[in-house]
Design a protein around this ligand. Structure first.
Ligand code: SIN
Ligand code: CO
Length: 377
């Protein structure tokens, strides 16, 4: 079990979205949740996003996985990166647990870097909040002040910048954590063969909200209504758009955007989508209703697919949003929203009286058969 050695609330007040910071011994007696060999194994998988970055003689190069073998790869000036490792490896799911008190809708993934001496990805800026946890080995990290920086090495496929003056320059050892808010330039350089784990958070941009709302409206054929003004009168200013009419058009748009159901569904569906592939496997053969019933009776554990987002709105627990899909809970089963969304797993006992609700059992059967929840072995 991983446990943070600092107060996350104090951290949030002082640093979150504000300042980078090194938290020495953020984890005490840190043990790597995965071995370098296992990580290399993940980077060989088709559905897992991986990269290998080299900087031999200052020549930056990035190759994308899956990789067939690592025999030819240099053992200095290189780094192997695996994205969303928490979706595929139980140890990384564990490592993300202490951060579950931060909202799941902001959480992105756990990225792992296996870095060889002098390996890194060069100076760059991310639009993520990230906790970089140092596992085995040692890396020197430099972080600069937020600001405008010149792009560099365009053709390497890396989004590098030229350089920056450090406000942090520190060597991270096992269990140390570096937090970097979006927009602060940073660069890690490796001293001893290292494993590091980036717990990433990403908040949406205004333009993404608008474009996903537009997609939602079009997909669901909403707002297919023209402006309507039965009181139109003549005017001398043929070319003018009267303020009252531009306001009326704006109101028309705002009514659509502020429709409570549209707002809730679009946002729920949008925020519950994962940005990385998930390990979802439909149940084969599908569960039968009586098997699930027995399972619940026996108080067994149903576990959520690792990294899959399940969310609900504070003011309406009757709808949950699972992996981008709105699902209405049966009447009287609002408490199930918390079990399904706030918890990684739940038991038959957790369901209480809801365990005898056939509509809820049918819903759980469907979720299990789609592979979203599965019986813990
Ligand atoms: C690295 O560990 O070098 C890459 C992680 C990052 O800078 O975001
Ligand atoms: Co970065």
């Amino acid at each position: 079990m991983y446990q943070l050695n600092f107060d996350l609330n104090e951290f949030l007040t002082t640093y979150w979205h504000k300042q980078p910071v090194v938290i020495k011994k953020g984890f005490v007696d840190f043990e790597d949740p995965i071995s370098p060999d296992e990580l290399a194994g993940l980077a060989m998988e088709e559905e897992i996003d991986s990269r290998f970055v080299t900087n031999l003689d200052g020549n930056w190069k990035a190759q994308h996985g899956p990789f067939e073998s690592f025999d030819e790869f240099p053992d200095t000036h290189s780094q192997l990166i695996v994205q969303a490792a928490n979706h595929w490896h139980p140890g990384l799911r564990e490592l993300a647990q202490p951060f579950r008190v931060l909202p799941n809708w902001l959480f992105d993934d756990v990225m792992i870097c296996l870095s060889m001496p002098n390996g890194g990805v060069g100076p760059h800026i991310d639009q993520y909040d990230v906790f970089i946890i140092q596992g085995m080995g040692k890396r020197r990290w430099r972080v600069g002040e937020k600001g405008e920086y010149k792009d560099a090495n365009h053709d390497s496929g890396l989004r590098q910048i030229e350089g920056f003056d450090p406000i942090i320059d520190d060597v991270l050892e096992p269990g140390d954590i570096l937090y970097i808010p979006p927009g602060f330039p940073h660069e890690g350089n490796t001293i001893d063969v290292s494993m590091s784990y980036s717990i990433g958070y990403r908040s949406p941009k205004k333009q993404e909200l608008l474009s996903t709302l537009a997609d939602y409206v079009l997909t669901n054929e909403l707002g297919d209504v023209h402006f309507y003004d039965p009181n139109l009168q003549t005017r001398d200013e043929h070319g003018m758009i009267p303020t009252s009419e531009s306001e009326a058009l704006n109101d028309m748009l705002m009514k659509l955007i502020n429709d409570p159901k549209i707002k809730a569904r679009w946002l729920g569906e949008q925020l519950s989508q994962s940005r990385h592939e998930l390990d979802i496997m439909a149940a084969e053969p599908p569960w039968q209703a009586d098997e699930l019933f027995q399972f619940v009776e026996d108080n067994m554990v149903l576990e959520k697919v690792s990294g899959m987002k399940a969310l609900y709105h504070e003011n309406d627990l009757s709808v949950i949003y699972v992996n981008g899909e709105a699902i209405e809970l049966p009447e009287g089963c609002e408490a199930a929203a918390r079990l399904l969304c706030d918890q990684e797993a739940f038991t038959g006992e957790d369901l209480g009286e809801m365990a005898s609700n056939p509509a809820l059992l049918a819903l759980l059967l469907d979720l299990c058969n789609q592979g979203y929840w599965y019986p813990q072995a």
